[in-house]
Design a protein around this ligand. Structure first.
Ligand code: GLC
Length: 698
């Protein structure tokens, strides 16, 4: 929470309030429900009782519920919603690119601005709480929710996560929720909500850093993941929920479980015989609020009476919730919010983000298309499909499936964007194939813009994939078009990385857009036309074969042969890859000293010149490697980046200040330390073009 408040005043307000609350009123503060889970009848019963929170309440039900509770002099409930890439569950709000798409911008400032805009639109609906950002790591591409992540790297995820939290909480009338705590995306086999077999050391090294950055950025709430760590459900882990999250990281907001985690531990994970024991374990481990699982409320009332949950524990959990409500000003009546849903300035911001989120993966010179008079064919289902242009977590998919809705916010698909930029006279559209494996009659043309990808049902909760191949009929259509058309420009509209080797063999350029949001199609068409030079870089690796998964760049050394016998070595595209229309040259990369000392820093610096024909932006990346370490450490780890905008012909200097703690590892005793000895620093445009610098920590 960025809003500064008088802590003493807040705590004494809470003390006074708690002293007047009954046991039932206290426990109600910890119960959150949604009508689409508990049903309308029970939902309104919880409104009448005065539950602490509700989720997915849109339209007229929200003011109605608030009014009922106010008239009954209940403690105001906090309303939550999944605003994962804009307030997109509200049809008419600005739908930004997905987190994975936005991460390609490597632009924390833009991401923070998106956070401010989204918070403003959420607050316009009277909602105070966003279940965002997702800080899971997209390290296993089979997992269904890679699209919701900022990619595979802890440093980049942490920087973008902290930025969006600052944006969400800046105005002080909405709070963020860092989720899903933690290691959720690392479940064995990429299987959603399954067990994650990692040690505490690996948790501290890889999965905890983004949450620490979000907490340090002022994040007011955390959501517990569904899964388990080495057999212990995270929701029941006192070690994770209290000793690490509270005692070590100093988190002072509140924790909410994910959807029905209490029942999940009984019905699926089978670690408790009934919701009573599961609810007790949830509270005693350190969770504050329970999302759905309505048995939680009566169970905890009973548990306090039985002594299975102490009054002190209960009061502590209630304080955490009331403290955030106080900080939000929910006990005052002067919170006003102008309606900014779908505001013009948010559309402009969406456009800027969409442009910076596009990644040019291949280009044999065909791009940019000079404003040619050639006939341009636009092919593919995803060229006109709004669901897939938007991606998951929109009014089409949540709180309930609503695929026939008419989008009230902007929905520039590639086809719509191409018409705006190139004019309808020069274009024709052909869907090209259908989901029954049929390939349609295909027309020859000078330039084909072929939109490939996946369907939003290939992503999302409970939608993991065993492989990430592009559908055969799409590849077949592409191969036929290769024979018919002079230029083939492929645009990927997909939730997660897909295999691109065959796409590369049959095209002249590849643009990766992931789910580019409401202005996505327009930005793609403008880029094809050369209105701007692409600057996006991948926040995630793309393998040659599904069997290479996991394929993240910061792998450990020590693998025999470094490749599978039946797959090319390495990745098809690496983390940090992305081409430009212009040309950046690096010079004078150096480090200020070869010796790094305790409490001191060294500076890595260099110069970059735009020697091409386009203004553009370069993302300078800085990695490190601990040459000899007490535990095996990754071959490279991102520890800094700079996005530098350069007009053509312009030169700029860049620098990174490196302190010992920037080069740390987590040792066998689970201590984060920086060990004395040699380090390599790597600076450059991507993992294949790096200048190596040697330093020693003495
Ligand atoms: C879902 C998701 C979580 C979301 C919550 C509320 O099951 O796991 O990310 O915030 O429930 O919709």
């Amino acid at each position: 929470m960025n809003k500064k408040i008088d802590t003493e005043k807040c705590e004494s307000f809470i003390d006074d309030l708690i002293s007047k609350m009954t046991l039932e009123q206290k426990v109600l503060q910890l119960q959150q429900v949604s009508a689409n889970c508990v049903g309308e009848k029970k939902f309104w019963e919880f409104v009448d009782k005065g539950a602490g929170s509700f989720l997915h309440v849109l339209g007229k039900d929200l003011p109605k519920a608030k009014k009922k509770m106010k008239n009954a002099d209940k403690i105001p409930a906090i309303y939550g919603i999944d605003a994962i890439h804009g307030h997109a569950l509200h049809n008419g709000a600005t739908v930004f690119p997905s987190q994975l798409s936005m991460a390609c911008s490597w632009n924390p400032k833009l991401v923070e601005e998106m956070g401010v805009a989204t918070a403003s639109e959420v607050a316009s609906d009277g909602i105070e709480w966003m279940f965002s950002p997702v800080l899971c790591l997209g390290r296993d591409l089979r997992w269904g929710r890679v699209d919701e992540t900022f990619g595979e790297d802890p440093y980049l995820v942490g920087e973008l996560g902290a930025a969006i939290v600052r944006g969400y909480e800046k105005a002080g009338n909405v709070i963020a929720c860092a989720k899903h705590y933690l290691g959720y995306g690392e479940a064995t086999g990429g299987m959603d909500s399954y067990d994650t077999e990692v040690t505490e050391r690996k948790i501290r090294e890889v999965f905890l850093p983004p949450f620490k950055k979000a907490i340090d950025a002022g994040c007011s709430s955390i959501m517990t993941a569904y899964g388990s760590i080495d057999g212990t459900p995270i929701t029941a882990s006192h070690r994770l929920m209290t000793e690490i999250l509270r005692d070590e990281l100093g988190f002072d907001g509140f924790v909410v479980t994910d959807w029905c985690n209490v029942e999940h531990m009984v019905n699926d994970q089978k670690v408790f015989p009934s919701n009573y024991e599961s609810s007790v374990a949830c509270i005693n481990a350190g969770n504050d609020m329970c999302m759905n699982s309505p048995d939680f409320y009566p169970s905890i009332v009973k548990a306090v009476k039985n002594g299975d949950v102490t009054e002190e524990t209960l009061n502590d959990r209630v304080r955490n919730v009331l403290r955030v409500k106080y900080r939000l000003g929910m006990f005052e009546n002067n919170r006003k919010q102008r309606n900014t849903i779908g505001a013009e300035k948010h559309k402009k911001l969406n456009h800027a983000i969409a442009k910076e989120s596009l990644v040019l993966l291949e280009n044999n010179g065909v791009l940019p298309l000079k404003k040619s008079t050639d006939k341009i064919g636009v092919y593919g289902l995803n060229a006109t499909d709004v669901h897939n242009t938007y991606g998951d977590w929109t009014f089409y998919t949540h709180p309930d499936l609503n695929l026939n809705a008419t989008p009230l916010s902007e929905a520039y698909t590639v086809w719509e964007g191409m018409k705006v930029v190139f004019g309808e006279g020069n274009l024709f559209y052909n869907q090209g194939y259908d989901f029954n494996g049929n390939i349609f009659e295909l027309q020859a043309c000078d330039t084909a813009v072929v939109v490939l990808g996946d369907h939003f049902t290939h992503n999302g909760e409970c939608h993991d994939r065993q492989g990430i191949e592009v559908e055969k009929n799409q590849i077949e259509m592409l191969k036929r078009l290769r024979k018919l058309c002079k230029n083939i420009i492929v645009v990927m509209i997909c939730g997660k990385p897909l295999l691109l080797d065959e796409v590369k063999e049959n095209s002249d350029a590849i643009i990766m857009a992931f789910n580019p949001g409401g202005r996505g199609g327009l930005a793609i068409a403008e880029m094809i036309n050369g209105d701007f030079s692409p600057s996006g870089k991948l926040p995630i690796s793309i393998p040659h074969r599904s069997g290479q998964i996991p394929c993240y760049y910061n792998r450990l050394p020590g693998w025999h042969a470094w490749k599978y016998v039946d797959s090319p070595a390495g990745n098809a595209y690496d983390f940090g890859d992305g081409l430009s229309y212009t040309k950046f040259d690096y010079a004078e990369i150096k480090v200020s000293s070869k010796k790094l000392r305790e409490g001191k820093s060294v500076t890595v610096s260099g110069r970059i010149t735009n020697n091409g024909d386009y203004d553009g932006a370069e993302i300078v990346q800085l990695y490190y490697r601990d040459v000899v370490s007490s535990v095996i450490t990754p071959v490279k780890n991102l520890c800094g980046f700079r996005k530098i905008f350069l007009k053509k012909g312009e030169t700029k200097n860049f620098s990174f200040k490196i302190k010992p703690e920037d080069l740390s590892l987590v040792n066998a005793n689970c201590e984060r330390v920086t060990e004395k000895g040699k380090f390599q620093l790597f600076v450059g445009a991507n993992l294949k073009n790096l200048t190596v610098l040697e330093i020693e920590y003495v």
